[in-house]
Design a protein. Sequence first.
Length: 255
Amino acid sequence: MEFIDTHTHNSDESYAGEEDAVIARAVAAGVTVLLQADTGREGRAEMYALCGRHPGVLYPMLGLYPGHVGPDWKDEVADLSSWHSGGPVAIGEIGLDYHYGADTAELQKEALLAQFEIARDWDLPVNIHLRDATEDWFAIMEKCRGMHLRGNLHAFSGSAEVFDRMQRYGEWYVGIGGVLTFKKARIAEDVLRIPLERILLETDSPYLAPTPLRGTRNESANIPVIAEFLARVKGVSLEEVAAVTTANARKLFAI
């Protein structure tokens, strides 16, 4: 079986000195592709260097994380073009996050729109971080209908209703990770109403380790744990989850 981790951060400082071993464990677990989410200029060179050491396994994204949006966001977004030749598979992780950053809401929306334009111009999908900003997100999506955007909502813990609304705006997937395994997580109920053909697997490592590893540093090698839980919830085989989610990722990110 083959799995793809569609959102991870293998160049995070928590892996310092262990990056190659962590990637090797993932590959040994059947996770043959790891997509690297970008968050901003700081650390981008390290992420690209790590991808360069693991061609065909690690693939980079490019984007400005909403939690890093500030008065200099235009400079941050302008810097993306200098990395375009590195072959990003998506613009991400980008989006809106009002949980801790409501004071920058207007800047976040401006930065998101600017990065949507890049995704359109480069014909790339978008990898979206969305937290406590659902209605503003849909207002932006309505405004951007003509861009024909496609992508996924990463670390999805929203409702089936939110998923259904997203389908009005094109080809949209949801990234399912360790939160699915958490006790009383609502997504375990809502995922029953989301077709497997619209689900991607992810870890968001080093964050959000699945049960029974919750509270520890997450790794892409834990994707099979998430996949097994998803298979039980959906009442399908692990082989089907692996095959369908891998095909979904290869289609969306053209890998």
